[in-house]
Ligand binder design. Sequence first.
Ligand code: UD1
Ligand code: CA
Length: 461
Amino acid sequence: MSPPLNVVILAAGKGTRMKSDLPKVLHPLAGQPLLSHVLTAADSLSPQRICVVYGHGGEVLPQTIQRQDLAWARQEPQLGTGHAVQQAVPHLDPEALCLILYGDVPLTRPETLQQLVLIAREGAIALLTVRLANPAGYGRIVRDARGQVLRIVEHKDASPEELAIDEVNTGILCLPAGKLAGWLSRLSNNNAQGEYYLTDVIGMAAEAGERVLPCHPGAEWEVLGVNSRQQLAELERLHQGSIAEGLMTQGVTLVDPARLDVRGTLVCGRDVLIDVNCVFEGRVVLADGVKVGANCVLKDMEVGVGSDIRPFCHLEGARIGARGQIGPYARLRPGTDLAEEAHVGNFVELKNAQVGFNSKINHLSYVGDATVGRKVNIGAGTITCNYDGANKHRTVIGDNAFIGSDSQLVAPVTVGEGATLGAGTTLTKDAPPGQLTLSRAKQMTIPGWARPVKKSVRSEG
Ligand code: UD1
Ligand code: CA
């Protein structure tokens, strides 16, 4: 039987260069804390246990990442990466394989981690390394003449010959938890930084005759860490770039892949087109043939086949049926549900409104807490007065109704099927089906009325 997998995530460091009150690993990348990305990668391996080592920033970390299934090990003070892993040891199954990840290295692909676990399952110590054009600052991988890994030397402790090595330690490794615990207990901090280095474990392992097998990530960005706001922004773009790449490979047209932000899950059907500067948050599903115009923000949305979302829309928590026409400048708020072929035009806000087939709300309206039937036409400037200052009330509009422009529907109120409201109506009682209802002061004309004339100012001598 193969041993279970335990994952340790190191996240106790200060992150001084972020210059932030927020612990570094809680800074968001693609809308999620860095640490959450690492947890998602860890979860993909279905480990028996995950232990997060935290310290700097105190309890904010466990409080923010609300997960009952994690073990949290506090490291206080922070005496180095080896000392950090030591704090996790009591939470580990000694029979398990232990995979060590960093909370500030968010983009490692599950396939890469899987590869490490496979090597460790075959009895070697798996070490993720990478060759860098500029290896400055990193621990270097020291190999013997036969290419076997002997040890890792930290930049600050390295000789000039060692500094010339371009293969560096990413920090990510996988090895048997029991052996790891033994080696950790023998670490010393007799080095340039006075820290307990996790990397010294590799030298001990090699000395003990263990096989240390390096493997490499598919892409360099998989092992990049975040130490500054600049690096965070760089990783954000890299990550967004790979999301854009995936969408295009899958058949989505991105007018400019560099101007797309997905901060959650974006699911697209065939022949979807996304224009520039759109932001997708939460879970967004765009069915076949959907077009999203420039500068739209969509959060937790479901958009039906062939719908056309024009530029500058803000859409959240709503469903748009097939062949809808939305915007430009439309706002859909949570609870809105549009049936097929609904039209919602410019400067229209909908909240918790259910709108039937082919109904049109094209200009400057607020429709909240409303049920709108099929083929209803809501004229420009119509407002549902849904709030009396204490409670919300519903407006119900029947099929084929026609609401004249600039009407106010004072809820709770019902407009019957096929009813017409005259423009400018303030509806306070139900409008019967099939008839014209209007509330309007009678128009009058005053014969012989003359406009006032401006008084001329004359100086009296
Ligand atoms: C470490 C490695 C180095 C490697 C580099 C890759 C050691 C000694 N060195 O160096 O070989 O090339 O990462 O980025 O391991 N942390 C704690 N507690 C501590 C210290 C660190 O939790 O006491 C965490 C940090 O939050 C961070 C990670 O461990 O997530 C790495 O720490 P960092 O100080 O960045 O290590 P480096 O000196 O960069
Ligand atoms: Ca680092």
